[in-house]
Write a protein that binds this ligand. Structure first.
Ligand code: SF4
Ligand code: SF4
Length: 314
């Protein structure tokens, strides 16, 4: 497993971070216990950091693994906007994760300079937690180009976790080229960067090599969080990135899984996806999108237009 340094100020970690959304109850792909086993397997292969967030609701799932493996670092994120909210989030994270010190703490989904301005009190409290030694590195996660640019200029910021993949799926405010430029800008300022949604939320899993190679082709991206919910996915990703040969059987198991469109229950019913689907597979009912699986061809086009990243092929 390649080891990398997260920017000028961040820790040295494995190139792959375990993206725990994929094993969390929020996605519901597998049981909590099955998810723990996949995570344990990844840790045994050398993955030494885990990405989570308050909203994933999986601290209980992660705590036993963190206890067994004290070398594993943890990243979590909070939507806190005020100092009091941020302090409460940090305290509940420390307790629920069983860690006195949180390795990396991010403000969740900071989409522009204005969002960061609106979270100024939380940011100051986060810097305070860092100076107290209860958080080691601080930063933001973002789905936007403006978020990356604003984060790069944020005083005291160590790490950005931006959404980036080879098709630019899910970037809210511009093109993939603009996102890559913003990442290069942040990287040139010493910010540690680890990529999010490398497989486009499940829409790019038919071309896993292309997805992983693309991230590696951008030198300013130090590492990547990969959502993995099976042993096969761990084997495939780590073998490919390690330069090992991959059997055709393993590739088939990873890419030829039976897939379907999954609509997250936080759908806001905006209707963007319905307008986009030329197969007439989507409709609105009870204020949320619904899919007719008999019409859906799994093209993945609807995922590009969802502002809330609700649509995934799982
Ligand atoms: S994956 Fe393609 S066919 Fe299926 S609902 Fe989305 S746009 Fe329509
Ligand atoms: S685009 Fe997203 S939020 Fe809007 S209706 Fe479709 S799934 Fe729901």
């Amino acid at each position: 497993m390649h080891r990398v340094k997260l920017g000028w100020w961040g820790p040295e970690v494995s190139e792959v971070c375990f993206g725990s959304l994929a094993i969390s109850p929020l996605q519901g792909r597998i049981t909590g216990q099955e998810g723990q086993e996949v995570l344990r397997y990844a840790v045994a292969q050398g993955v030494d950091w885990i990405d989570t967030a308050e909203i994933y609701g999986n601290y209980d799932q992660l705590r036993p693994v963190l206890k067994e493996s004290p070398q594993v670092r943890i990243v979590t994120k909070s939507y806190a906007a005020t100092a009091a909210e941020l302090k409460a989030s940090i305290e509940s994270s420390r307790q629920a994760l069983g860690r006195d010190i949180l390795d990396i703490y991010l403000l969740h989904e900071q989409e522009s300079h204005y969002t960061l301005k609106g979270h100024a009190a939380a940011w100051e409290a986060l810097l305070g937690a860092k100076s107290q030694g209860i958080v080691n590195s601080v930063g933001i996660s973002t789905h936007t180009i403006q978020g990356v640019r604003a984060g790069a200029l944020q005083p005291g910021l160590d790490i950005i976790h931006p959404l980036v993949n080879f098709q630019g799926l899910g970037i809210h405010d511009g093109s993939l080229e603009e996102m890559v430029e913003a990442i290069k800008f942040a990287g040139s300022m010493g910010i540690g960067i680890y990529a999010m949604k490398v497989f486009g939320g499940g829409h790019l899993t038919k071309e896993p090599e292309k997805a992983l190679d693309f991230i590696r082709s951008i030198p300013e991206i130090n590492a990547m969080a990969l959502g993995m919910s099976s042993i096969e996915e761990v084997d495939f990703n780590l073998s490919f990135l390690g330069g090992d040969s991959i059997s055709s059987e393993l590739r088939k198991r990873v890419t030829a899984k039976e897939r379907k469109l999954y609509i997250a229950d936080w759908c806001q019913g905006c209707g963007n996806c319905v307008e986009t689907c030329s197969h007439g597979a989507l409709s609105l009912g009870d204020g949320q999108a619904c899919v007719d699986l008999s019409r859906c061809v799994l093209c993945g086009y609807c995922g590009r237009v969802c502002p809330h990243f609700c649509l995934k092929i799982v």
